[in-house]
Write a protein that binds this ligand. Structure first.
Ligand code: ADP
Ligand code: MG
Ligand code: MG
Length: 252
């Protein structure tokens, strides 16, 4: 089992404190969801864990099996087994999707242990079928002219090919129609198991109808203020966030 531990994490953007002491522990084998109103720091948490330069960690720790993640370069974080699907995937001109994936897979392997082209193609075909993606997507330039739904599917494809220990999926559900939502959920559910932990960040409960989380956390004003099981997501859907503020005495 692997464990990702976030301890009293404080993060600032341009000297404004956004995260004010986040605590969260995720084991492989578990799916966690973070929900919360807009602007409460959910994406900031994801970006800080992955090492986005704009986010300054002012205190606290993030460790993966005891190793200091915050000391690692971004590519070292990926090599250590972290995967981030971003809210706004970027376009990389001139690199095909397949090339990008194979390079990313091999970058995570030791020299001499690279995936063979045959094996790579077989696995890519397989996963693209599973995600109901057109084979032609493999030869398209990364994210160039992809629709919103195609980008999301493609991120799940990346996750399935890279097989990270921990995936952080930030608003992977935003802008998806119901069919795409199901496909994306199938991808996460397929990964589910002993060697995989997942942090799903979402504003809406909808996605959690298809991926049942083991733990649900509510983030408000830069902190995790409440945790529970899958039923907490349903309660939020039915009742919104106000009752939590009342319960915990949080002022706007
Ligand atoms: P959430 O994902 O929960 O909606 P974010 O983490 O995106 O929240 O944002 C938290 C706060 O940080 C917001 O007040 C937002 O305006 C601010 N913020 C986020 N990213 C930036 C940035 N790149 N530059 C300046 N402020 C930012
Ligand atoms: Mg603190
Ligand atoms: Mg966000």
């Amino acid at each position: 089992m692997s464990t990702l531990v976030i301890k009293d994490l404080h993060v600032s953007i341009e000297d404004k404190e956004i995260l004010k002491g986040v605590n969260l522990t995720i084991n492989t084998g578990e799916i966690h969801a973070i929900m919360g109103p807009n602007g409460t720091g959910k994406s900031t948490l994801a970006s800080a864990i992955m090492g986005h330069p704009k986010y300054e960690i002012t205190s606290g720790t993030v460790t993966l099996d005891g190793e200091d993640v915050l000391e690692m370069e971004v590519d070292e974080r990926a090599k250590a087994g972290l995967f981030l699907a971003m809210q706004y995937p970027s376009e990389i001109a001139g690199v095909t999707n397949a090339d990008f994936l194979r390079t990313a897979i091999n970058a995570r392997r030791e020299e001499g242990d690279e995936i063979s082209l045959m094996k790579f193609i077989r696995e890519l075909d397989n996963k693209m079928d599973f995600l109901e993606m057109d084979q032609e997507m493999a030869q398209r330039y990364l994210n160039e002219g992809f629709s919103g739904g195609e980008k999301k599917r493609n991120e799940i494809l990346q996750m399935m090919m890279l097989k990270p220990k921990f995936a952080i999926l930030d608003e992977i559900d935003s802008g998806l129609d119901i069919d795409a939502l199901k496909v994306v959920s199938n991808g996460v559910n397929d990964m589910r198991g002993e060697g995989f932990g997942c942090l799903i960040i979402t504003h809406y409960q909808r996605l959690l109808n298809y991926i049942t989380p083991d733990h649900v956390h509510v983030m408000m004003q830069g902190r995790v203020v409440k945790s529970g099981g899958a039923e907490l997501a349903q309660q939020l859907e039915a009742q919104g966030y106000e009752w939590i503020k009342d319960e915990l005495g949080i002022e706007d």
